[in-house]
Write a protein that binds this ligand. Structure first.
Ligand code: SAH
Ligand code: AVI
Length: 324
């Protein structure tokens, strides 16, 4: 079997000093908040995989069907030499594109980039077994800090940002991130971005309030990550999962709401955090889009929309984007 190639750019010091800063800023702010990238330790990545298999979590199914549908045409018209994926997770959906790319013979390399080392290791190992003709390269890094670690082109590049992960950022962050991503593209390269679309509130809310409580576990796990990283003593079970669709902002907001007054000491930061109901810790926003809001955002980022692929009933969409 070919050697596993993974570069880790999250040296522990960097990662934990960023975490310290983010958590200090977030837990002393009003409202209290924590960045969603801290969901994804080994357990968090594993729980996210379980989320993608839940009957209520439509984004995975819808995006996967769309990818299966468009991959043959996309690979035939672009003939990319490499696919580079940001926030690649398990790379499960990506197989639709890699299968066609390998069969076509154009594709030489797949680069998986994720902040979670465990999921990169798992994905790269499985991909190496499946794609004997492709170079598979894993990068562990933060796409807000380490995009420069992506190796130089081996030919035409297709960049992927799937799952709706761009929607976990706020407008200014999205525009900044898209601007940085744009620098990875040569004129003929393309970026394929997944967007969850605005739809019936009940459907959206169900996807973030599943009946088995998996999303609640995912949400609470962030406190385990903070406890391990910053030597704190939050009791995750003392918090309940609260997720609702904020219609005015077109986003799911996910919070942790204490069941009773909680006092936690964060040893690394030497701070004590007190929180009591109805105050919450806001852990994630998941923005939902329309064709119009995506076009407007791309224009503000200096990118141009080349194709718009929407799932039936506008459940989800993929935007094929190029540098202007
Ligand atoms: N693309 C996959 C996974 C989506 S979950 C899918 O569609 O199923 C979001 C992924 O982004 C997780 O694997 C998480 O570890 C990764 N991620 C979140 N923030 C990140 C960051 N700042 N830098 C790199 N990866 C990040
Ligand atoms: C990764 N991201 C797009 C997911 C989402 O739907 O916002 C994360 C998630 N949070 C709760 N469930 C899934």
């Amino acid at each position: 079997m070919p050697e596993i190639r993974i570069d880790n750019h999250l040296d522990d010091h960097d990662f934990f000093s960023n975490m310290a800063q983010d958590v200090r800023d977030g837990l002393t702010a009003n409202p209290k908040r924590l960045p969603p990238k801290y969901f994804y330790d080994e357990r968090g990545s594993d729980i996210f995989e379980q989320i993608t298999k839940l009957p209520e979590y439509y984004p995975m199914r819808e995006e996967e069907s769309l990818l299966n549908l468009i991959s043959p045409g996309l690979i035939a018209s672009l003939a990319p030499s490499e696919v580079v994926e940001l926030g690649s997770g398990s790379s499960t959906k990506t197989r639709a594109l890699l299968d066609v790319g390998q069969a076509n013979g154009c594709l030489k390399r797949y680069v998986a980039f994720d902040v979670s080392e465990s999921i990169i290791r798992l994905a790269v190992k499985e991909l190496l077994q499946r794609y004997k003709d492709l170079e598979i390269y894993g990068i562990v890094g933060d796409f807000q800090h380490h995009l420069d670690k992506i190796p130089v082109h081996v030919g035409r590049r297709l960049l992927l940002f799937l799952g709706g992960t761009l929607g976990n950022f706020y407008r200014e962050e999205r525009i900044e991130l898209l601007g940085e991503i744009c620098r990875l593209l040569k004129p003929d390269d393309r970026l394929l971005v997944g967007f969850d679309l605005v739809k019936d509130t009940a459907l959206i809310e169900a996807a973030y309030n599943d009946s088995q409580g998996v999303t609640a576990e995912f949400n609470r796990n962030m406190l385990n990550v903070i406890n391990a990283g910053l030597e704190s003593d939050f009791s995750p079970e003392a918090f309940e999962h609260y997720a609702y669709f904020n219609t005015a902002e077109a986003r799911i907001e996910m919070h942790l709401r204490p069941r009773s007054k909680q006092i936690a000491y964060l040893k690394t930061l030497d701070i004590t955090v007190e929180i009591e109901p109805p105050e919450t810790i806001w852990t994630e926003s998941s923005h939902k889009f329309t064709g119009e809001s995506v076009r407007e955002m791309l224009a503000a980022s200096g990118l141009s929309l080349k194709e718009w692929y929407a799932a039936p009933k506008d459940m989800f969409a993929l935007a094929l984007v190029g540098p202007t």
